[in-house]
Write a protein that binds this ligand. Structure first.
Ligand SMILES: *[C@@H]1O[C@H](CO)[C@@H](O)[C@H](O)[C@H]1NC(C)=O
Ligand SMILES: *[C@@H]1O[C@H](CO)[C@@H](O)[C@H](O)[C@H]1NC(C)=O
Ligand SMILES: *[C@@H]1O[C@H](CO)[C@@H](O)[C@H](O)[C@H]1NC(C)=O
Ligand SMILES: *[C@@H]1O[C@H](CO)[C@@H](O)[C@H](O)[C@H]1NC(C)=O
Ligand SMILES: *[C@@H]1O[C@H](CO)[C@@H](O)[C@H](O)[C@H]1NC(C)=O
Length: 455
């Protein structure tokens, strides 16, 4: 049961008690009054009396809280209240009030109204009285949304203040207006505070919507894959703002990521790179930060190497070696030939024109950025031997027998002369095979003379 409900029940019981006394009754408008320290308290009551009573029949009216020797002590004579108490009745004599200004916590007590009647020696006291609680707690502005564009600010104390409480509103620290509530448009960044008129209490803390938040990165904007990174959204707002994080997507709408002021990446990945913003929101409005760019750096992966047109090269041909890898910032590329110290080329594509046997061998491409380096190897070989063999076959087929014989002899002589040394190391295995094959066909038939090959 809440204190006020309890107060009401007690009050109803007390009414019955007083009503039983010749129809006299004291009715308090509020039985529980709460006041902020330093404020002004207004307590009132009305008197019900039997018929035939005139205003002068109600005498010696006063308010009290203490009794001395069984007699109530008039508040006006109590030094603790001196200069702070006003009471009286309106002209009809039935509506009476008590005003205590600059209330103190020590004023918390039960206040009762008492008077004498037209019957000699007869006194009435409205009991139970009005319980006053004085609290030290400050005022608070509360925000309620009226509609999509308007807010209503109201001033609240931790206790229920008397009906007469009137508030003074301040905007950005300056007097704005008086009233029990204040309409304000949504999204306002002005600061509003309230003050209880007539009190010597404090102004409430100001409420205001968030300023445009700023985003910071910790430990620094230079980050490597795997680092722990924290983004922090900060703004000034009262009541405290809540936060929403967004990542600017390439195609989709901004994505909700977190509702904390901090967005934490315990191990940041290259896929976390992008533009981030945060929104700060409280009851008064919302504001969005600028985008902050997150660029996660990483060293090159092992590069992939491709050859165009083919790794088996004809002499005189040209070839493109292409190296590529993923890195941030983008890697640069250097081409080396095995066992050579100085690079053959730099750049992603290495073009070899007019290919010769000396070009065959192992190449490696090295991709490098400030984070690191990585390499891959590629083998280039010549294929001119195989091409020559086909040429020979074609020559045989298109030549007459006589010429064939002569050609044969010349060819055998030429091959024997040439073989075994070769200036093209990569071609050598192919040439040697050719010589051996030719010899094995001719040798059984004789060592010299005109011999027809087995056609
Ligand atoms: C981040 O923003 C910058 C400029 O503000 C833009 O150039 C860049 O493309 C954005 N990055 C992403 C991933 O959207
Ligand atoms: C943030 O605060 C606003 C205003 O108080 C509220 O409407 C909204 O639901 C809150 N958002 C979250 C995610 O808590
Ligand atoms: C090599 O690359 C260049 C351009 O980079 C191109 O013009 C050329 O046709 C390529 N050659 C081969 C054999 O792919
Ligand atoms: C490649 O990048 C590294 C690191 O950024 C730098 O030290 C080097 O000089 C660059 N090499 C070339 C050929 O640009
Ligand atoms: C190529 O990379 C490997 C490691 O991936 C390294 O051991 C090697 O020394 C590198 N080769 C050159 C020539 O830099």
């Amino acid at each position: 049961m809440s204190p006020s409900a309890g107060g009401l029940v007690v009050f109803l019981l007390s009414v019955q008690v007083i009503q039983s006394q010749d129809g006299w009754r004291v009715n308090y408008r509020q039985t529980d009054v709460c006041a902020a320290k330093g404020s002004e308290v207004f307590i009132s009551c009305d008197i019900t009396h039997p018929p035939g009573i005139y205003y002068y029949d109600i005498k010696d009216r006063f308010w009290f809280t203490k009794e001395k020797d069984g007699e109530p002590v008039d508040l006006k004579t109590d030094s603790e209240y001196s200069g702070r108490v006003t009471y009286g009745c309106y002209s009809n004599s039935k509506d009476c009030y008590l005003i205590i200004t600059d209330v103190r916590e020590s004023d918390s007590a039960e206040y009762k109204f008492t008077f004498r009647t037209n019957k000699p020696g007869e006194k009435y006291t409205g009991s139970p009285g009005v319980t006053l609680s004085v609290t030290d707690s400050g005022l608070q502005v509360q925000v309620r949304r009226s509609d999509s564009t308007w807010l209503e600010l109201t001033c609240h104390s931790s206790c229920v203040l008397s009906d007469r409480a009137e508030y003074v509103w301040y905007k950005n620290g300056e007097y704005f207006m008086t009233g029990s509530s204040l309409p304000v448009s949504s999204g306002s960044t002005d600061r509003y505070s309230c003050y209880l008129r007539g009190s010597s209490g404090q102004r409430s803390p100001a409420v205001y919507g968030p300023q445009r938040p700023s985003v910071s990165v910790s430990p620094s904007a230079e980050m490597l894959e795997g680092d722990s990174v924290t983004l922090t959204c900060s703004t000034d707002a009262n009541p405290a703002a809540n936060y929403t994080w967004y990542k600017q997507g390439g195609t989709s709408d901004p994505r909700l990521l977190s509702e904390e002021p901090h967005l934490v990446f315990s191990s940041i990945q290259s896929s976390d790179s992008g533009n981030y913003s945060c929104t700060a929101e409280n009851q008064l409005g919302r504001k969005t930060s600028d985008f902050i760019s997150i660029d996660v750096k990483y060293g090159p992966q092992r590069p992939s190497v491709s050859v165009s047109p083919s790794a088996e090269m004809l002499e005189g041909g040209s070839v493109n070696l292409t190296c590529s890898t993923d890195a941030n910032p983008a890697a640069n590329y250097t081409w080396y030939k095995e066992h050579e110290d100085s690079p053959r080329a730099s750049g992603q594509i290495f073009t070899i024109t007019d290919f010769t046997a000396e070009h065959s061998g192992n190449y490696y491409c090295e991709a490098q950025n400030e984070m690191g380096r990585s390499n891959s190897t590629l083998r280039l070989i010549t294929s001119s031997g195989k091409g020559a063999s086909n040429g020979w076959t074609a020559a045989f087929a298109s030549t007459s027998a006589i010429f064939l014989v002569i050609n044969m002899i010349l060819a055998v002589l030429m091959i024997r002369k040439k073989s075994p040394p070769s200036s093209r190391p990569a071609e050598r295995p192919e040439n040697n095979a050719q010589v051996r094959r030719t010899s094995s066909v001719w040798r059984p038939l004789g060592t010299s003379g005109i011999i027809m090959p087995g056609l």
